[in-house]
Design a protein around this ligand. Structure first.
Ligand SMILES: Nc1nc2c(ncn2[C@@H]2O[C@H](COP(=O)(O)OP(=O)(O)OP(=O)(O)O)[C@@H](O)[C@H]2O)c(=O)[nH]1
Ligand SMILES: [Mg+2]
Length: 201
């Protein structure tokens, strides 16, 4: 005789939740990326770019942009039944650097979005993650009108280590973005495995 809850009923799977950062320069498509894949209505903190901000906001190359992220974007995606990602999009402008350390706490890994018209805008994010040992993947957001370059050329221009995955993407396309997120998770987990092996040998 079985007392209480039926022992035959399988308990619901508690998913593993992982935190992923979405970083990169101003206007590279971070908010767009989080919005494209999130299965909850993404939390956004957009403010209008104003005339007053012009001297400090470098909008060169993104002149059509009317708003900017001032704190973060937040979204969620279930990659598998047992794996949920929480996405934190960072603000793109230099004046919000002070928020990064808070956002990076507990992150498994990061996506650095890049635009081939302004690759140098991604340097700061790449440096940030390299210095802190946070595994990251670079995703080139292929805007129309931006030059298409072979992965090797982008890799060289960004001076990426051979182990850092580099993908081409479209931040507006759910499936393309999912591929990027899978690459981030796989890269981060593979690195954690290598570090564990290293520690036990
Ligand atoms: N054509 C094209 N436009 C895009 C793409 N990704 C984003 N955009 C547009 O580019 C602009 C900037 O995108 P956002 O997602 O706000 O960029 P962001 O990186 O969050 O910007 P900040 O938070 O201000 O740094 C928006 O007008 C988007 O609609 C893309 O892949 N192709
Ligand atoms: Mg944004």
């Amino acid at each position: 005789m079985v007392f209480g809850r039926s022992s035959r009923r399988t308990p619901p799977v508690e998913p593993v939740t992982l935190k992923i950062l979405v970083a990169g320069g101003f206007g590279v498509g971070k908010t767009t990326l989080v919005g494209a894949v999130s299965e909850i209505r993404p939390l956004r903190t957009e403010e209008t770019l104003s005339e007053a901000g012009r001297p400090v906001d470098d909008i060169e190359g993104v002149e059509h942009k009317t708003t900017t992220t001032v704190a973060m974007d937040f979204g969620r995606i279930t990659l598998r039944q047992d794996l949920v990602l929480y996405l934190f999009g960072t603000p793109g402008q230099d004046r919000f650097w002070f928020l990064w350390d808070e956002l990076a706490q507990g992150a498994l890994g990061a996506v650095v979005l890049a635009d081939t018209r302004r690759l140098e805008d991604s340097f700061a994010a790449i440096d940030y993650f390299e210095r802190r040992g946070i595994p990251f993947t670079v995703a080139v957001n292929c805007f129309e009108g931006a030059g298409r370059f072979p992965g090797d050329a982008v890799r060289a221009a960004l001076d990426l280590d051979a182990e850092v995955p580099l993908l081409m993407t479209d931040a507006r396309e759910r499936e393309a973005v999912k591929e990027v997120l899978v690459a981030v998770v796989e890269h981060a987990l593979a690195r954690a495995d290598r570090q564990r092996e290293h520690a036990t040998t």
